[in-house]
Design a protein around this ligand. Structure first.
Ligand code: AP5
Ligand code: ZN
Length: 208
């Protein structure tokens, strides 16, 4: 199963991806996570990407397409994958089509988690990630049982100021992909404002 999770920053893509990994036993490919790992490792690509990410801007297509090209050919992708946060521009979507055509595979579904902008700032500024397990939490909506044990951290780009810019990038550069995937007949829209477990149920139902 080749899936893509689509939605605004903070819509719940990373949160829902975890359930799909378990259910279908396929890897999550998050370009955001790959870029953050490159920043932690202080690679040249990571340092260059950081400048864009800190400003809430999209990283250039050429960098992102290069990352995906290398990742899709890895052996764990042979039974499918979950794209999270990619593609984000029409150029990326077209490059993905070309890559998948060459591999003789195609996207089965694009799952859109619909959450209005008015909910996004609270979701993003309250997000915390565990340094121990990598799990995504929210201080209000999804707090960890034992905060100390999880050793929580906040993402560098999760400030109110940057969120506004990330939302702007989403509406101008990424939202045009909605029509692109609707035209292919594989676009599923879910109400992402429901509780995490409700969204998971809707998502699994929409795939079966
Ligand atoms: P990326 O890491 O992809 O961030 P994003 O798209 O902004 O999305 P988020 O990770 O912020 O949100 P999410 O939808 O995963 O939500 P989550 O599940 O964590 O990208 C970061 C940056 O990298 C970009 O700005 C860009 O610079 C660069 N980049 C990455 N990919 C790129 C690409 N393809 N092209 C160019 N540049 C790229 O949930 C958020 C919070 O809400 C959490 O606290 C969670 O607990 C809570 N929550 C989740 N679901 C619910 C619910 N149902 N109810 C209540 N709370 C919920
Ligand atoms: Zn995410």
């Amino acid at each position: 199963m080749n899936l893509m999770l689509f939605g605004a920053p903070g819509a719940g893509k990373g949160t829902q991806a975890k359930f799909l990994i378990e259910k279908y036993n396929i890897p999550q490919i998050s370009t955001g996570d790959i870029l953050r790992a490159a920043i932690t490792d202080k690679t040249a690509m990571g340092m260059e990407a950081k400048k864009f990410m800190d400003e809430g801007k999209l990283v250039p297509d050429s960098t992102i397409i290069g990352i995906i090209k290398d990742r899709l050919v890895e052996s764990d992708c042979k039974n499918g994958f979950i794209l999270d946060g990619f593609p984000r521009t029409l150029a990326q979507a077209e490059a993905l089509d070309e890559l998948m055509n060459n591999m003789k595979i195609s996207l089965d579904k694009v799952i859109s988690l619909n959450v209005p902008d008015s909910n996004i700032v609270e979701r993003i500024t309250g997000r915390r990630t565990s340094k121990v397990t990598g799990k995504i939490y929210h201080i209000k909506f999804n707090p960890p049982v034992d905060e100390k044990e999880e050793d929580l951290e906040q993402r560098a780009d999760d400030t109110e100021e940057t969120v506004t810019k990330r939302l702007e990038a989403y509406h101008t550069q990424t939202a045009p992909l909605i029509d692109f995937y609707k035209a292919k007949g594989i676009f599923i829209e879910l109400d992402g404002t429901k509780d995490v477990s409700e969204v998971t149920k809707d998502m699994i139902n929409s795939l079966s």
